[in-house]
Design a protein around this ligand. Structure first.
Ligand SMILES: [Zn+2]
Length: 225
């Protein structure tokens, strides 16, 4: 495990302190790190002055070289960019020219990507799945529908394979949603031309990413804001 030092500012009292951070983990060589990332333990810090406890946000690389062929996720807190180049040793590894490299801006998005790739799913298809599901729900009852879905796991309920999502509205947890895996398979066909375009950089693949590409597919030249 590689460690480094970083200065964090306590959000409560403003005290600055130097903490030891872990800028990258490779769960293939350090499998116990997976849990520490998922629980947030790896990012915890407590203030020496006021004993506030919270999470330190810093750029972080999560690598899994084995599961379903391997994947890499780069967390850059509050990142506004849609694509970044990953430099150095990691970029030289041929594996990531073939496997997903993703950019995320917060820990929940990082966790969701880990769950998606571990479940053997394509995160681009999952984003299409979420966009279509939310659009359909909006038609039913716009007042009571979630505004965000996060994938949690693949499961079997009453003999039927389902994808389980956590639903949020205004960042409040609403509950979980089980949707048939068959709908995911339909999305693979629905979005077909989109999947053929390779993603060369470490990219943010989220609802905005899929909406931009759905727009292109319709031949629309409107810019998605
Ligand atoms: Zn403090």
């Amino acid at each position: 495990m590689i460690t480094d030092e970083d200065v964090v500012v306590c959000p409560v009292c403003g005290h600055e302190q130097t903490i030891t951070i872990c800028p990258s983990v490779n769960v293939t060589t350090d499998p116990e790190m997976r849990e520490k990332v998922l629980t947030g333990e790896l990012f915890e810090f407590s203030c020496d002055e006021c004993s506030f406890a919270g999470y330190a946000g810093y750029p972080f690389v999560y690598e899994d070289k084995e599961t379903n062929g391997g994947f890499l996720i780069y967390l850059e807190p509050d990142c506004e960019d849609r694509e970044v180049g990953i430099e150095g040793d990691i970029a030289d590894q041929v594996i990531y020219h073939e496997r997903p490299m993703r950019l995320v801006a917060d820990m929940n998005a990082l966790k969701e990507k880990i769950f998606i790739f571990e479940a053997g799913l394509d995160d681009r298809v999952v984003e299409l799945f979420k966009v279509l599901t939310l659009a359909k729900m909006r038609d039913d009852d716009p007042e009571k529908i979630p505004d965000e879905l996060k994938f949690t796991k693949r499961d079997v309920v009453d003999g039927e394979e389902v994808l389980v999502f956590t639903a949020f509205r205004d960042e409040e947890l609403m509950g979980t949603l089980e949707l048939p895996y068959a709908l995911y398979q339909t999305c693979v066909l629905t979005g077909e031309p989109i999947w053929d375009v390779p993603i060369t950089e470490c990219a943010a693949v989220d609802s905005k990413w899929i909406l931009e590409r759905l727009g292109d597919q319709d031949g629309s030249d409107e810019e998605t804001v």
